[in-house]
Design a protein around this ligand. Structure first.
Ligand code: PEP
Ligand code: MN
Length: 337
């Protein structure tokens, strides 16, 4: 930790900060520069130190050296994490492709689309049984019945299930059926849910909150990791910006940025990221070019009649074409799809 003092900080202010650093169990080292003095605080960084040191008179700012997300950070664990859940592997050389409808609508629907997706190279099945909808009047999902339909689709195809859990009290039942527990953008900072998913021991698929910074995103992952659950995938799904030509704005720079900061695998969701089916394949290709470890894509046999998110949902035909294009990009960046 580095404490930067104001250029006109007095001797008394500098020695006050030095003594405060010592009282916090750290070793202060005063570095007197030509214009400014900085004080290095040597020792284990921990939460609360910045807040303790910043209010002192004469201090400009306090700069931590280590990331606050210890378990998610690549500073301490450099080896990349590979998350495995049945047919799905994310974080290795092979790119994971989680595809399926926004919502599970019926057993026939989910079984029929899953067969096609498996055939076309998807390695995981998505589908919401518990749906976080903006309006309380919109379809909220088939809940436990939806989970059972997903389990039937898995039994028929072998594809691992990735599905959302919205509340801590639903974690046991969702974990009974799902292979991966999805935490949605709207719940990224539901800390009790993060802890419950951590405790479940099931791999977690954490979506970025639509207004979350990268640090908040990684600290959310830290909640899951801190419960001893190391299988966490991060998903960039777009953020709120001033743009209105797309539903959200999909910042693909977060892929290489996250891969610099964390060992956890990074997935991109171009469906929610754009909100428009016509834009999904290009952004899927771009995500792979940017180094994404996986894709999450909404696919439906009849997007026009989908019970949710039809506008951003592609058909199996479009998915087939997208996969063929993505394979060529994957090869160019030394990945397999
Ligand atoms: C979803 O995956 O269908 C979903 C609701 O996503 P998000 O949480 O990113 O909006
Ligand atoms: Mn959706």
């Amino acid at each position: 930790m580095i404490v930067v003092m104001k250029p006109d900080a007095t001797e008394a202010q500098i020695s006050h900060v030095r003594d405060h650093i010592s009282s916090l169990g750290l070793q202060p080292q005063v570095i007197v520069g030509e214009h400014q003095t900085v004080i290095a605080a040597i020792g284990q960084e921990r939460p609360g130190l910045v807040e303790a040191l910043e209010p002192a008179e004469g201090v400009v700012k306090v700069l931590p050296i280590m990331a606050p997300y210890k378990r998610a950070s690549s500073e301490l664990k450099t080896e990349r994490t590979v998350v495995r859940a049945g047919s799905l592997e994310v974080g290795g050389k092979r790119i994971g492709v989680i595809a399926g409808p926004c919502s599970v609508e019926s057993e026939e629907q989910i079984v029929s689309i899953t067969r096609k997706l498996k055939e076309l190279g998807a390695t995981g099945l998505r589908g919401g049984a518990y749906k976080p909808r903006t309006s309380p009047y919109s379809f909220q999902g088939h809940k436990v019945d939806g989970l059972k339909m997903l389990a039937t689709a898995r039994a028929e195809t072998g594809l691992a299930i990735v599905t959302e859990v919205m509340a801590p009290e639903h974690v046991p039942v969702v974990a009974e059926y799902a292979d991966v527990l999805q935490i949605g953008a709207r719940n990224m900072q539901n800390y009790q849910l993060l802890q419950a998913v951590g405790d479940s021991g099931k791999p977690a698929f954490l979506k970025r909150g639509m207004s979350a910074t990268m640090e908040e995103f990684l600290l959310a992952a830290e909640y899951i990791l801190d419960r001893g659950n190391e299988n966490v995938m991060l998903c960039e799904r777009g953020i709120r910006a001033f743009e209105d030509h797309t539903r959200f704005t999909l910042p693909l720079a977060s892929v290489p940025y996250l891969q610099m900061k964390t060992h956890l695998p990074v997935v991109v969701d171009p469906s929610h990221g754009t909100g428009k089916a016509a834009l999904v394949p290009a952004m899927a290709r771009a995500a792979i070019a940017a180094g994404a470890d996986g894709l999450m894509v909404e696919v439906h046999d009849d997007p026009e009649h989908a019970m949710s998110d039809g506008a951003q949902t592609i058909t199996p035909e479009a998915f087939a074409k997208m996969m063929a294009e993505c394979r060529r990009v994957a090869e160019a960046v030394d990945r397999i799809l």
